[in-house]
Design a protein around this ligand. Structure first.
Ligand SMILES: Nc1ncnc2c1ncn2[C@@H]1O[C@H](COP(=O)(O)OP(=O)(O)O)[C@@H](O)[C@H]1O
Ligand SMILES: [Mg+2]
Length: 602
């Protein structure tokens, strides 16, 4: 990054459009608008010269210089009177024109910038939802959210900043040219003095850039420290950590404030050094210009006007360079995240539409590892036959690999070794969408959107369900009671992640969703482990009602759920160590019996 920052802003800037995939046509439009703006500004300022000359001498007789001669020839050609009013009107035209072009420029830049931001966000989100499940865990949720929102926002500003740099750079060049045209000797003096001044403050500018970088770091630190603590506020309260966390936040915020104060003081120091030096230069030019070169008031006046504007532009240019560098860094980090998401393990479906299992799901020598380096296998040589329309329970200690195993069925992950077959056909043959829609999945935390109960219920359903269907799904999920007790019934909003419902209600609502989806295969990954016994009983009953219609896979803590299964599989460290039915397994006094003794199954 540091290496990149050293490269000139222009080279980094030109690569920017490629990164944002802005079309060539658009780039040319934007750049030519920026150039037009700069040229109009130069002309506008230059035309002040003949105006001032007229004011000084009272006639056009003494109007001279490139701008004056040019303007007079235009006025003559049009047969207009050579008076002050005409001169003023003509001097005003570029100013008006500039405003029109500026509007077009502002519109075009905003369009291109927002277009690029939209593409990046949509592209990034697409890469995330299509990418590996583990990717989000690795990168961190907060980091990804800030990447796709704030970082993209910052990064896309690079376009505006880059064009602004081009425009300011051109204006500076044009100003210098105007100065040269007005009086080349004074112009050389001014340019020499400015070069000297910038050389004198160079060290200070470098230091202020370092301070700027520090401030960005402090800012990020503040965001993450505060964000993290707000998310964990329950824990903080429960452990009585309010005072210590408040003082922690105060420290971080204070460090940010310190950095900000230092920056303010530093900019002030630069400002108070540069301004007198510049005024000294201006006075020197007045002195030399009037004493030795006999420059007229019109020329000197305009000279001073341009010099002071030049000072402002130079400041803008320097500020823009830093801002541009920072936004390009944001952009690079956004692009890297999207790249990484795209190159994470992608899962692509086959052609065959999945219509359900008739005989069985077979695991053949299946292994899995989360890391590409594959040092540690989470599943090792798993052979398993899951007959259709039966209930299979998977048990084992926490971390044994149960969740990983069931994730392989709807291909939320792909096995890194071995095969999974549906009625003899590899799972990769099937169209992903139809496969996943045939699998109902319930986990420990029911996933709900901040929307109405109804919309959560029908989420992902590709048909409009009838009133009866909805009611029967609510009934089967044991939701009717609580849903109709709510003031707005089905139209009640459930709150962020469903927080306005109890854990049991959330779980029952997602059960109702499964009923409505009517999947061929149903996977329950410890859905009852965080439930009150009433909700748990409901889920038991629901499971019972689906028995012999659906292929059921349950991972459960409760003996009552497990013991009725047609097949129980004991997993330990990613290996199947035992399988059978409840009675036989207990008698065998093996791994299942030990789990039983450990009272994992109550
Ligand atoms: N996203 C992940 N990235 C890396 N390792 C993981 C990930 N998820 C689970 N693991 C590891 O894989 C092993 C099996 O996890 P899991 O299948 O969730 O076990 P179980 O569901 O039996 O408790 C554990 O050692 C766990 O640390
Ligand atoms: Mg698990």
């Amino acid at each position: 990054m540091a290496e990149q920052a050293k490269r000139g802003w222009f080279r980094r800037g030109t690569r920017l459009f490629g990164m944002l995939s802005v079309s060539r046509k658009r780039i040319w439009l934007l750049v030519s608008l920026a150039v037009t703006l700069a040229v109009l500004e130069g002309i506008g300022v230059g035309l002040l010269n003949p105006v001032l000359q007229y004011v000084q001498y009272g006639s056009t007789a003494n109007v001279s210089g490139v701008f004056g001669t040019l303007l007079l020839s235009v006025i003559d050609a049009l047969g207009l009177p050579e008076d002050l009013l005409t001169l003023l009107v003509f001097a005003f035209i570029p100013v008006l024109l500039r405003q029109v072009v500026f509007l077009a420029y502002a519109w075009a830049t905003a369009r291109v910038q927002q277009g690029a931001a939209t593409r990046m966000r949509a592209d990034g989100f697409g890469a995330l939802v299509n990418g590996d499940l583990a990717f989000i865990g690795q990168e961190g949720l907060g980091n990804l959210v800030s990447t796709l929102t704030a970082q993209v926002q910052r990064g896309s500003q690079a376009i505006t900043l880059f064009l602004q740099q081009i425009s300011i750079g051109l204006v500076i060049v044009i100003y210098v040219l105007v100065l040269l045209v007005l009086d080349w000797r004074l112009a050389l003096m001014a340019v020499g003095a400015i070069a000297l001044i910038s050389w004198l403050v160079k060290g200070a500018v470098t230091r202020s850039r370092a301070l700027g970088a520090e401030m960005v770091r402090r800012n990020n630190e503040t965001y993450s420290v505060i964000g993290e603590r707000i998310t964990a506020v329950r824990l903080i309260k429960m452990l009585g950590q309010e005072p210590s966390e408040t003082s922690r936040v105060r420290d971080v915020v204070r460090r940010l404030a310190d950095a900000q104060v230092r920056i303010a003081v530093f900019s002030g120091v630069i400002e108070v050094t540069i301004d007198p030096l510049l005024m000294f230069t201006v006075f020197a030019i007045i002195f030399v210009g009037s004493e030795y070169l006999h420059a007229d008031l019109a020329t000197l006046g305009l000279f001073l006007f341009i010099l002071l504007r030049l000072n402002q532009k130079a400041k803008d240019f320097n500020g823009g360079r830093q801002a541009l560098s920072a936004t390009i860094d944001s952009l690079i980090s956004v692009r890297d995240v999207i790249e990484r998401a795209k190159t994470s393990r992608q899962i692509r479906g086959g052609k065959t539409k999945f219509t359900g299992v008739r005989e069985s799901i077979r695991f053949e020598d299946v292994s899995f590892s989360y890391a590409d380096e594959a040092e540690e296998l989470v599943l090792k040589g798993v052979d398993l036959e899951i007959p259709a329309r039966s209930q299979t329970a998977i048990v084992g200690r926490s971390g044994a690999g149960k969740s990983t195993l069931v994730d392989l069925i709807p291909r939320l992950r792909d096995a890194t070794g071995g095969r999974i077959l549906f009625d003899g056909r590899p799972v990769q043959d099937f169209d992903l969408r139809s496969l996943r829609r045939s699998v109902g999945f319930m986990t420990q935390d029911a996933i709900l959107f901040d929307d109405t109960i109804y919309n959560n219920l029908v989420y992902g359903l590709d048909r409009e369900p009838s009133q009866e269907e909805v009611e029967s799904a609510l009934e089967s999920g044991y939701c009717s009671q609580f849903v109709y007790d709510l003031p707005n019934g089905l139209q009640t909003r459930v709150g962020d992640r469903g927080t306005r419902l109890s854990g049991g209600q959330r779980q029952r609502l997602s059960l109702a969703r499964v009923f409505l989806q009517d999947p061929d295969i149903l996977i329950l990954d410890e859905p009852t482990s965080a439930l009150d016994s009433e909700s748990e009983e409901y889920i038991q009953k629901a499971l019972e009602s689906m028995r012999h219609h659906k292929t059921l896979l349950v991972i459960a803590h409760r003996l009552s759920t497990v013991q009725r299964s047609d097949q129980i599989v004991v997993l330990d460290y990613g290996v199947i160590v035992e399988r059978g039915v409840h009675g036989d397994l207990l008698e065998a006094e093996g791994a299942y019996h030990r789990l039983f003794d450990l009272q994992i199954y109550r």
